[in-house]
Design a protein around this ligand. Structure first.
Ligand SMILES: CC1(C)CN=C(N2CCN(c3ncnc4sc(CC(F)F)cc34)CC2)S1
Length: 494
């Protein structure tokens, strides 16, 4: 029975958060196969009605970061019904299943065909990294989708066709699908970044390219249906403009995230836990885990399920500590993020991560140095050898990220803040730095270089790890990337 026949029509017209939450709860708790297109249409309709159809002229401009009064929404059943039928007939009408064999599993050709149907029905040119382009509602009413939205629509399209083996695979900046027996096959279904030729229809490479951060070294979040619902809820975007969120949209997103959390569907999804942490930091729910606990759970999930190959859980956590002036903890989180980086070679596909690290190293840390210099220094950072060790571990991780890559990461723009930062630490702290290098002939013997850097401090010492082998290299283009899964609409960019 398709999703719409299952839906409780008494809930319509949807006018408040509890009605939307009830519809999602019914779909998640009562159906063995939650209907992705139904849920994406509903939550996309709510988001659009509260963020896009507003008459800004009637609203005084909100202060920086304040929530705007979103007003009410009213989602009629017949609208959802019409859109739901439109999506199903678009897919069923464009794919002749007799061309794809009689296997109950999807084939690469079938997946590519569904991707083509979505791809070829998108508007010719629109700003790809604008906000509110992630839902099937956006696809059906505006023929616009961002890169994540295309991947979600392909999975929803395969669900309409009855191929429940096709599932979403997510890295920290890209999305693709797995399919076939045991989900053993992979395929690109959307684009990534700007100026890059799309690779739709191709399997995810197993070559050196797949060792880049973009493919998280073979450790993507492979979703089941419920985690796909979590990804569409996590992609809800409460932004009204660069400085204002619509509170109702954030509230709905937060409630749906807790519903999924309680059912265990965020357990293996670090970024969704991080997003929930961000929502809780802004608007804590009484009786729920704190945002700090959620950021910690995201880190634990990456360590437990993804061999600690994800960077963002540490940048979510470090950002939280920074905002709360917990500077020592922030430095430790960022150093932990850099430890993840060591495994990767920097490639042109890693622009988003590069921007994150630039901001940490060249804006946030200099801000900390100014703050502690003027006395706001609960931990007396500049006298603490463990903080110095975290800072060195951060930079060493970035250097190792660069090592073995065709294109450099660091440049003078990095070096100036680094020199200033190191100089701020007490001479007595810096004097405790002990660097013991493995001797030369041993180094010749193994192509792997190994250095140990430690800062002897009272309780602990921190050290950097193995270096990658020299032969790992990448090509590097000049294309820029953008994180289409963006929380705030970027400026004009095609
Ligand atoms: C610590 C940060 C800088 C803050 N927000 C971050 N985000 C990273 C990306 N976000 C995400 N949150 C949930 N799921 C996904 S799947 C995905 C890749 C895309 F291509 F599909 C991205 C992403 C949410 C926002 S990382």
């Amino acid at each position: 029975m398709a999703g719409l026949e299952r839906v409780n029509r008494q809930l319509f017209p949807l006018r408040d958060i509890s009605a939307v939450a009830e519809l999602f709860r019914d779909e998640i708790e009562k159906s063995p196969d939650p209907d992705l297109s139904l849920l994406s249409i509903v939550v996309g309709a709510v988001e659009n009605s509260l963020t896009c159809n507003r008459s800004p002229v009637l609203r005084e401009v909100q202060g920086e970061g304040e929530d705007a009064a979103g007003g009410d929404f009213e989602i009629e059943f017949h609208i959802v019904d019409a859109l739901y039928s439109k999506f199903r007939s678009t897919i069923l009408g464009s794919v002749d299943l007799s061309c794809y064999g009689d296997s109950k599993f999807a084939t690469r050709e079938l997946v590519k065909k569904v991707s083509d149907v979505i791809w070829n029905s998108l508007s010719r040119s629109y700003y790809k990294d604008r906000a509110h382009l992630q839902s099937i509602y956006s696809y059906l009413t505006g023929n616009k989708l961002d890169c994540f939205g295309v991947a979600l629509a392909v999975v929803a399209g395969c669900q309409v066709l009855g191929f429940n083996d096709v599932h979403l695979a997510l890295s920290e900046d890209h999305a693709w699908v797995v399919f076939g027996e045991n989900g053993a096959e992979t395929s690109e279904v959307t684009w990534h970044g700007k100026g890059n030729e799309d690779k739709r229809g191709q399997p995810i490479g197993t070559g050196v390219g797949s060792l880049s951060w973009l493919y998280v070294n073979g450790q993507p979040v492979v979703c089941d249906r419920y985690m796909e619902v979590a990804s569409l809820v996590s992609s809800v975007n409460p932004s009204f403009n660069m400085t204002t969120d619509i509170k109702e949209v954030a509230d709905i997103q937060q409630q749906l995230m807790w519903l999924l959390y309680d059912q265990g569907h965020l357990e293996k999804y670090p970024m969704a836990l991080g997003n929930l942490g961000d929502l809780e930091e802004i608007n804590p729910t009484p009786g729920r885990p704190s945002c700090q606990e959620l950021f910690s759970q995201a880190v634990d999930a990456s360590r437990k399920y993804y061999s600690n190959k994800h960077v963002y859980p540490y940048t979510y956590q470090g950002g939280y500590f920074f905002r709360h002036k917990m500077y020592k903890e922030a430095l430790e989180s960022w150093a932990n993020a850099a430890d993840v980086l060591r495994e990767y070679n920097y490639s042109r596909d890693d622009e988003e991560l590069y921007k994150e690290l630039m901001e940490i190293a060249n804006e946030l840390i200099p801000h900390i140095m100014k703050a502690v210099g003027s006395g706001i220094d609960a931990h007396s950072i500049l006298k603490d050898p463990e903080c110095f060790a975290h800072l060195l571990r951060l930079y060493d991780g970035i250097c190792q990220w660069e090592e073995g890559s065709v294109t450099p990461v660091l440049h003078i723009g990095w070096a100036k803040p680094l020199v200033n930062t190191i100089a701020k630490f007490d001479a007595s702290v810096r004097a405790q730095l002990v660097i013991d290098l493995q001797d030369e002939q041993e180094e010749e013997a193994s192509s792997m270089k190994e250095e140990r850097v430690s800062v002897k401090s009272g309780s602990e010492e921190s050290s950097s790890g193995e270096r990658k082998s020299e032969e790992q290299t990448n090509d590097r283009g000049d294309s820029l990337n953008n994180n289409n899964y963006s929380k705030t609409p970027d400026a004009d960019s095609t």
